[in-house]
Design a protein around this ligand. Sequence first.
Ligand SMILES: Nc1ncnc2c1ncn2[C@@H]1O[C@H](COP(=O)(O)OP(=O)(O)OP(=O)(O)O)[C@@H](O)[C@H]1O
Length: 293
Amino acid sequence: MTIKTPPNFNVPGLGVDPLTQRIKEKEKEWKYKIAVLSGKGGVGKSTVAVNLATALAKQGYFVGILDADVHGPNVAKMLGVEKADVLAEKFEDGHFEMMPPMNDFSGQTTPIKVMSMGFMVPEDQPIVWRGPLVTKAIKQLLGDVKWGSLDFMIVDFPPGTGDQILTVTQTIQLDAAIIVTTPQEVALLDTGKAVNMMKQMNVPYIGVIENMSYLICPHCGNKIDIFGEGGGEKLAKKEGVDFLGKIPIDLKAREASDKGIPIVLYEDTPAAKAFMEISQKLLAKLEELKEKE
Ligand SMILES: Nc1ncnc2c1ncn2[C@@H]1O[C@H](COP(=O)(O)OP(=O)(O)OP(=O)(O)O)[C@@H](O)[C@H]1O
């Protein structure tokens, strides 16, 4: 079954709601809109979103990243801006727009704009909301933020295939969905569901990234396949979508993200090399697609 993107809810007499209208206007200024998803939690989805954003910004592109994982927002921390103050501007019609905090890692990247629910709530407080509220919050983070002109808008979604993802993919026209998995069987089953959801939403490009693919033993230098081997690639083949590459387990990746510095900035690490290669592959695919349009 194919779900067609429905038109905006145009309740007679009410028209399109102003927030959806603002999102529609803003998205015209974002060249590529990319969702990062995973079928299962804890597979490194946010790590991939943050490092892809940083890899692209390192190549001179203007990147914004939205942490739509409202239940466990950690993108701001991974990008070293979690303590930033968020300023807001009031507009004539009474709505406010927030200024996204930025980090350029001392000039190593273009300024990466970050917006997250994490800015709005104290770090140790869980967000206990029902679906519709979460959806509204995500839409506000898209439409009530001064994102400006971007080459890439990257949205880090909550794990799973919940209705927030459906709503957002119906609101903005995604160019690509990046599905993150580990090689493990259970993660792969859930990954298949995420891939199919994006297919049903008619997202033009779907790519799979396998994270935590292997570990290089620090003692003997041998490759250890902790979660099995080649699963991500097999899954991509089975689903008929692109396989973008493998990211090894890198002990520095966790240390680095705890410090707010994405691993891709540690150029000599195997994970950094993998992220740079994947970002270039993705870029080439997206440009190829735009040319065809
Ligand atoms: N390739 C890697 N090597 C080492 N550690 C990693 C790697 N990828 C992710 N991690 C670590 O695994 C943990 C989970 O990663 P992350 O928060 O990105 O996962 P997630 O899928 O976004 O989780 P959630 O379910 O909370 O959305 C983090 O501590 C992160 O630093």
